[in-house]
Design a protein around this ligand. Structure first.
Ligand code: C2O
Ligand code: CU
Ligand code: CU
Length: 518
């Protein structure tokens, strides 16, 4: 039986009661249908409990680092579905198959309100971890959903409004990996040759403690930047490999830092997958941007490297315009005092991880030329093809906004209401503030909740390194650029978010609701 609190959590009725006026009636139907879908009859294939908690992790020699983390436990199903990453603050990797029913009993044991969002997953609105569902320390939230996504690398992280940046920064994040038959048929490296890599930047004080500096307004405008690159929670990450092919699943789990990935020795990157799973066929690129929230799957073949050799995955330097590289926050403008002179600006070249080829292994493994099938949408089929919804990213009164608006918990503007089942073109433009001050823009990784979409085109492009193929849930817009995406609002009605995935921008309110109306 559901108790009253669970009932409210599962149906969203608590949120509904906060609504007023016409919007309340618009919001009603999705919650009713969500309730119908998640009744007591839900019989999970996998049931886990997940707890956010405080702990200490040895990251550097000397004092351990105080972090927040998730721990999990399989209550029903295969124990191997939860993989703990040893001595890391990252939460367990959750592995599921497409079509499975999942129940996750989330318990909050950190001293702050929080809620878990499943980034990239196509789930009902009440399962999506919207900030209106936050729970205080000591409370629980029950998730039940069917995995409808394609095989791919998704992830989970907190989503309380105004607190996502600091909570992710303290360590709350983990991977959610989906497999399916199409992926198995593709024959990519698996098991120990399928390696998840979560890239994040952090700043530490002299006693190895994390420093999260939202020291002033300028920091918030840029977003947080650290001077240490961690991979899977570890600094100076080394990956020992054999002379064979690997699948590297890379997530940019940083708050604000954008990477322009490349192999240090100039070998092109072979990309086999992106946010929403495998591409149709592999793509070779000299370099590729990975902005916060985005994922990329690489085919990395070390068979031609001699044992004992090394290479690195690096981030190439790139220009992010007048703002956005940390310059404003770090004293090169306005004559302000530096808080941390070491901080690397966004766009600085850096080393991410070292690969060490340490053993011979004979495999004849060449990259499969057919990976998956992707049905391309036809832009002409969109209901608003002639007149796309447009979203202008801007800085107004020192706040990043979308169409001149900032986040309000339950607010949906008329232009943010879409019809369930419709295929739409959305256009995002990062052309500045509307105040006529060109240059007052920054890179913004734009993310939609609930849906994978396809990129139609970009204009005003000033950079190389975009990979817009396949299914995406997050896309980077550099200053002066525009992008058109196409998205189908199928299956689930209700209130979902779209926002900038620079977490400090998101926390500042560069986030809005969209409502899928049935
Ligand atoms: Cu990673 Cu609202 O998202
Ligand atoms: Cu998301
Ligand atoms: Cu932004």
């Amino acid at each position: 039986m559901l108790n009253r609190r669970q009932f409210f959590q599962r149906t969203g009725a608590g949120a509904l009661s906060l609504m007023s006026g016409g919007l309340g009636s618009l919001l009603a139907p999705p919650f009713v249908s969500a309730k119908g879908k998640t009744g007591n009859e839900f019989d999970p294939d996998l049931e886990i409990s997940m707890t956010s908690y405080r702990t200490q992790i040895p990251i550097f020699p000397g004092s351990p680092t105080r972090v927040w983390s998730y721990k999990g436990q399989v209550l029903k199903g295969d124990q191997a579905r939860l993989i703990n990453i040893d001595s890391s603050y990252l939460g367990p990797i959750i592995r599921v198959n497409r079509g499975e029913k999942i129940r996750i009993n989330f318990i909050n044991d950190v001293p702050d309100e929080t809620i878990v969002h499943w980034h990239g997953l196509h789930v009902p609105a009440v399962m999506d971890g919207h900030p209106r569902f936050v729970i205080p320390q000591g409370k629980e939230y029950n998730y039940e959903f069917e995995v409808r996504n394609r095989a791919g690398t998704y992830w989970y992280h907190p989503h309380p409004h105004g607190r996502t940046g600091p909570q992710v920064y303290r360590g709350l994040a983990g991977l959610f990996i989906v497999s399916d038959d199409e992926e198995k048929a593709a024959g990519l490296p698996s098991g120990p040759y399928d390696i998840p890599l979560v890239i994040q930047d952090r700043l530490f004080d002299a006693s190895n403690q994390l420093v999260y500096s939202s020291r002033n307004m300028w920091d918030k405008m840029d977003g947080f930047l650290g001077d240490r690159i961690l991979v899977n929670g570890q600094p100076d990450f080394n990956l020992p490999v054999a002379t064979r092919a690997y699948r590297l699943r890379i997530l940019n789990g940083s708050n604000s830092r954008i990477y322009k990935l490349a192999w240090q020795d100039g070998t092109p990157l072979t990309i086999v997958g992106t946010d929403g799973g495998l591409l149709e066929k592999p793509v070779d690129r000299k370099n590729v941007f990975l902005s916060p929230g985005e994922r990329i799957d690489l085919w990395a073949d070390f068979s031609s490297y001699p044992v004992g050799s090394e290479t690195s995955l690096i981030s190439l330097p790139f220009d992010v315009g007048m703002m956005g590289n940390g310059r404003m926050a770090h004293g090169k403008m306005g004559g302000r005092v530096l808080d941390n002179a070491q901080v690397l600006p966004n766009g600085a070249g850096l080393s991410i991880l070292k690969i060490k080829v340490n053993r011979k292994e004979k495999t004849e493994f060449s990259v499969p030329q057919r990976l998956s099938h992707i049905e391309r949408y036809n832009a002409k089929d969109a209901v608003n093809f002639e007149n796309p919804r447009t979203f202008r990213l801007s800085l107004e009164e020192m706040i990043w906004k979308i169409n001149g608006r900032t986040f309000e918990m339950e607010e949906v503007a008329e232009e943010e209401v879409v019809q369930l089942g419709s295929l739409e073109v959305w256009e995002f433009s990062n052309e500045g503030s509307g105040t006529g001050m060109r240059g007052l823009s920054m890179p913004h990784p734009i993310h939609l909740h609930g849906k994978q979409f396809q990129v139609l085109d970009r204009s005003g492009v000033l950079h190389d390194g975009y990979l817009d193929d396949g299914w995406k849930d997050t896309v980077l817009l550099m200053p002066e650029e525009r992008i058109r995406i196409i998205v189908e609002f199928e299956d689930y009605s209700g209130l979902f978010l779209y926002h900038c995935h620079n977490l400090e921008h998101e926390d500042m309110g560069m986030m809005r609701n969209y409502l899928v109306k049935s």
